[in-house]
Design a protein around this ligand. Sequence first.
Ligand SMILES: C[S@@+](CC[C@H](N)C(=O)[O-])C[C@H]1O[C@@H](n2cnc3c(N)ncnc32)[C@H](O)[C@@H]1O
Length: 219
Amino acid sequence: MMETASNKRAQINQEVRRRYSAAGFVSWLYTSIRLKLAPIVKVEEYVPKSGKILDLGCGNGMFANILLLGSPQRSVKGVDLDAGRIRAAQRIASGNSSLEFWVGDAGSFPLEQYDAITVIDLLHHMEFAEQTKLLKKLYERLADGAVLIIKDLEKAPKWKYWFHYVQDSISYRKPLYFRSAGEMETTLRRIGYTVEIVSLASGYMHPHVLYCCRRDAGN
Ligand SMILES: C[S@@+](CC[C@H](N)C(=O)[O-])C[C@H]1O[C@@H](n2cnc3c(N)ncnc32)[C@H](O)[C@@H]1O
């Protein structure tokens, strides 16, 4: 029987929840809620099927696991500031040589050559100037043919934005820095990226948006 995209997504979703349930109830609950509220599994489809991938702000490693479930020809290095989340990611990945996790700051983590760099719901936790600095640094190091995949939240429609803003402010209790999709597109194009914007908000209560960025062939 032919495997449809939605069957594959459902299988990945189920397997991720199974893996994280082995790390305890809280881990299972967090992962299940995140998978319900955000189209993280769908984002996997925009990432190259093989090669080396860097996941900045990887949290507990959920997206890195999704990437490997999507294609075993990938290897993923995840980086996050939060040592507790990295320990959880390492525990869950133990024995899988295609996954590695490091504690580090996305802004200063040393960059090798990657086929893709993924930045999933990280940018709005960084001040605007830091976001721009990181995006410039990634542009300078992005190999020809490689892609930068940014998944974030934008500011429209307003009710989805405010719903998310209140929820994230309560969870993180730190300032948050959202850009509208238009502002983000302008920032990315000014740096030199060619950008494809994909709205992933349909069917979700949050204004999810994806930016697929490449080096402009002329630069
Ligand atoms: C909303 S969570 C997203 C986690 C993961 N990408 C996911 O989709 O499940 C944001 C993550 O960014 C991390 N973070 C925030 N600032 C960071 C920085 N400067 N460098 C690396 N990680 C950072 C936080 O610790 C947190 O795990």
